[in-house]
Ligand binder design. Sequence first.
Ligand code: MLT
Ligand code: ZN
Length: 465
Amino acid sequence: MTDAAALTELTALVAPAHVLTDPASLQAYGKDWTHHYAPAPSAVVLPRTVEQVQAIVRWANRHRVALVPSGGRTGLSAAAVAARGEVVVAFDQMNRILAFDGVDRSVVCQPGVVTQQLQRFAEEQGLYYPVDFASSGSSQLGGNIGTNAGGIKVIRYGMTRNWVAGLKVVTGTGELLDLNKGLVKNATGYDLRHLFIGAEGTLGFVVEATMRLERAPRNLTAMVLGTPDFDSIMPVLHAFQGQLDLTAFEFFSDKGLAHILARGDVPAPFASSCPFYALLEFEASTEAVSEQALATFEHCVEQGWVLDGVMSQSETQLRNLWKLREYLSETISHFTPYKNDVSVTVAKVPAFLREIDAVVAQHYPDLEVVWYGHIGDGNLHLNILKPAAMDKDAFFARCAKVNQWVFEIVERFQGSISAEHGVGMTKRDYLHYSRSPEEIACMKAIKAVFDPNGILNPGKIFAPE
Ligand code: MLT
Ligand code: ZN
């Protein structure tokens, strides 16, 4: 908790209007998209400059106040949740694009730049920022970097990490580090930049990022294919990857599609219904590419891997097909889902999913399970929906119990218990299923270097000491 004198001091560092303590702001800024924890920050501070961020961190060290960084608060692991009287540092006021270099194809951004703002800026320059996901309209770049956000184009473009050419961060002692300075080649020892990417604000706060841009894709075209079972999805992936450079390869189950169609604002891809669907995308830069895609589709039908399919013929059709996948998270959020975000190497996906599905069917026979994910990169999202009548805490407790079996399978397959949603608070007790005790000890030692007083986002990734 933060006492009144400390708050007065904090207010003097920024401006009275940039420290919020009213209940509505505390409620709004204290949470992310998880439903597990009740927000309870003691204040929210909105810095406008790098120097103010440094001053806030030094203030927090003097008063031993914990700070929680906050961007678009679209996270799904409670990494940006302030539930224990922390002060939230929200980057809404640091939301400008500062510089662009057309030769380097790089853009310097403040952390509060919204993902879509960066995507649109890139488009205006005739370029492309390829990290994309359903929450790009509200997620902020600082949060994307803090969680190494992935999304729907990872199969072609990789995660956020691939696009960070330089980072300025304020560490837990208030030092400003200027890391890599936009260089493509820089063989001067440890690349500290990468430690801060995916660190969930536990090592430092991102105050500026130099992001790389890419050439714009040409004539993006999507196909949605219905498959008779899950096992058919992987040969379909191999068949298409053998012929085309895919920009995406996603999947979802019939249950997921049913929720989307129930909204009433997204057309069905085709009349027949199938147990599973794959959504793939490629650049149809020439007529020959489209013909190749159709020939591959026909091959998949002949093999019995695909029952039905559709290919977009316009921008509108492309957007509508993507809605089938992109609207899933928001659509099922009304059912308070318990979310698992697991990954294995792509070759292991079929055996992995079969085992997890068996455990889930055994332990949740009465609960609705919705599968979807970025199967082209080995990342599966398992969502268990809460029955309306079931108490939230009882539901989460039951899911947590089954987690153990799910994560034992993840461990056996040498996979990840969190492919892209992060650890935060929801997965911290399970970290050992993916990271060895030696690795966790190294991670804690690194934390102690950058944040010796445990000021930055304590209780995230690791349980509070
Ligand atoms: C997605 O792939 O839609 C996002 O990771 C969000 C989610 O899993 O719900
Ligand atoms: Zn995802």
